[in-house]
Design a protein around this ligand. Structure first.
Ligand SMILES: [Zn+2]
Length: 234
């Protein structure tokens, strides 16, 4: 809920999507995401909130990784609840819009003249195979579709190679070491001249992934880089 006590229609609509299963937030039957969790989520999301620089890039986050937002991210990514994608994509829309305005202003002209690419943070190949899909890329597509800006495209630009371990559970230093030199640009990908890139991830913790992505992008000549995440680990 916003400070003026009004639930935005987009959130209301998501809460009303009734499917014959349990709420991904609290387990209540009959909703994929119940009205109570919709209120909690709307209160947890701070539109356009800049959380500062992590991994050397400015980061815009939907909110802090706790409560309903944490349940939503975990349900979507690790709990097999891909049906929660529209709810999570809605969380990403406002920070995406704020980041877009910032990188566009930095370029000094209208968005149409300088393409903005939304680039999903790459998953480890092994993780992708185990899950059978790529939830972060799917999330990026859903968020950009909700944004409704034809000047913004999702491009799968980055890949990982030989990443030893999953990042979760590692310390800041371990995360950086784990990723060092292991994120690169996919073969055959070229980026438009003057493009700005918004990296998109579900959760940002230490910024180690963002730093590795930034280094890979800079080698392609991209220098306007920002990041958007649904949740930031405080
Ligand atoms: Zn619920």
């Amino acid at each position: 809920m916003r400070s003026d006590g009004v639930v935005h229609p987009a959130w209301q609509e998501l809460g009303d999507l009734v499917v014959p299963r349990a709420c991904g937030g609290c387990g209540a039957p009959g909703h994929r995401w119940c009205p109570g969790c919709t209120d909690e989520l709307a209160a947890a999301v701070h539109p356009g909130c800049v959380v500062g620089h992590l991994g050397g890039v400015p980061v815009w986050a939907g909110g802090d990784y706790r409560g309903a937002l944490r349940a939503l991210v975990r349900g979507y990514k690790d709990g097999g609840r891909r049906d929660l994608r529209p709810v999570l994509a809605q969380v990403a829309v406002d920070p995406l819009r704020a980041a877009l305005a910032a990188v566009t202003a930095e370029g000094g002209g209208p968005a149409g003249e300088r393409p903005v690419l939304v680039v999903p943070a790459p998953s480890r190949a092994r993780t992708r195979r185990a899950r059978g899909d790529d939830p972060v890329s799917d999330l990026a597509r859903a968020a950009v579709a909700r944004l409704g800006d034809e000047g913004v495209q999702v491009r799968l630009v980055l890949r990982t190679r030989g990443v030893a371990r999953d990042q979760s559970g590692l310390s800041r230093t371990e995360r950086r070491r784990n990723l060092a030199g292991r994120v690169g640009v996919r073969d055959g990908v070229t980026l438009p001249r003057g493009a700005a890139v918004l990296l998109l991830d579900d959760v940002v913790t230490t910024g180690a992934t963002l730093a590795a992505c930034r280094d890979a992008l800079r080698q392609t000549g991209v220098h306007r880089i920002g990041a958007v995440c649904c949740a930031r680990v405080p």
